[in-house]
Write a protein that binds this ligand. Structure first.
Ligand code: HEM
Length: 148
């Protein structure tokens, strides 16, 4: 069972990658609003391009699954490495909407709340600047205490 897991994960990662690359390429057709709520964020992301709706749906679902499984990515980027390392302390709910996704992310750990807010802003930078933002290391707040 475990012997074929790495191959399966590689295939899954390739699928995930092709989806977020497509989202980055077409980032101008995507909009996003992040609102601070107690202990976290509510992030609404949507698109006016009907072709992109299934990609947004798949991306949010797959990433939620990856966080729960701690199947990390972008290990060179501390903000992402930390997010996966802190996954047990993150509560995430993903609702698919007609034009996109509505996500609530919270934590009872105030340090992790900082990370969640930073991550919300990082996804917003991806939406606003596409590949230009995704090719750079993402900002983490100076007062966030790293676990890695
Ligand atoms: C324009 C491009 C992208 C869009 C529109 C997008 C959209 C989203 C959305 C809506 C979520 C759900 C959480 C939230 O709303 O804050 C999410 C989560 C996530 N995305 Fe993306 N994303 C993009 C690019 C990327 C890229 C390039 C990567 C990685 C290389 C990535 C990795 C992740 C991960 C790991 C999560 C789950 C972590 C979390 O939100 O807690 N995304 N993304």
């Amino acid at each position: 069972m475990h012997s074929h897991l790495p191959t399966e994960r590689r295939a899954r990662h390739k699928r995930d990658q092709s989806i977020f690359h497509e989202l980055l390429r077409r980032h101008e057709a995507i909009q996003r609003e992040v609102e601070e709520i107690p202990n976290g964020i509510r992030a609404r992301t949507w698109t006016t391009d009907a072709d992109l709706v299934p990609l947004l749906h798949m991306h949010a679902k797959e990433m939620h699954k990856r966080v729960k499984e701690k199947f990390g990515l972008r290990f060179w980027d501390p903000a992402f490495a930390e997010l996966f390392a802190q996954a047990d302390k993150v509560e995430m709910s993903v609702t698919l909407t007609e034009n996109g996704v509505d996500v609530f992310e919270t934590s009872t750990d105030l340090n992790v709340v900082k990370l969640i807010r930073a991550h919300g802003a990082i996804v917003t930078a991806f939406v606003e600047h596409g590949g230009r933002a995704a090719s750079q290391e993402s900002p983490l707040p100076a007062d966030y205490i790293r676990v890695l």
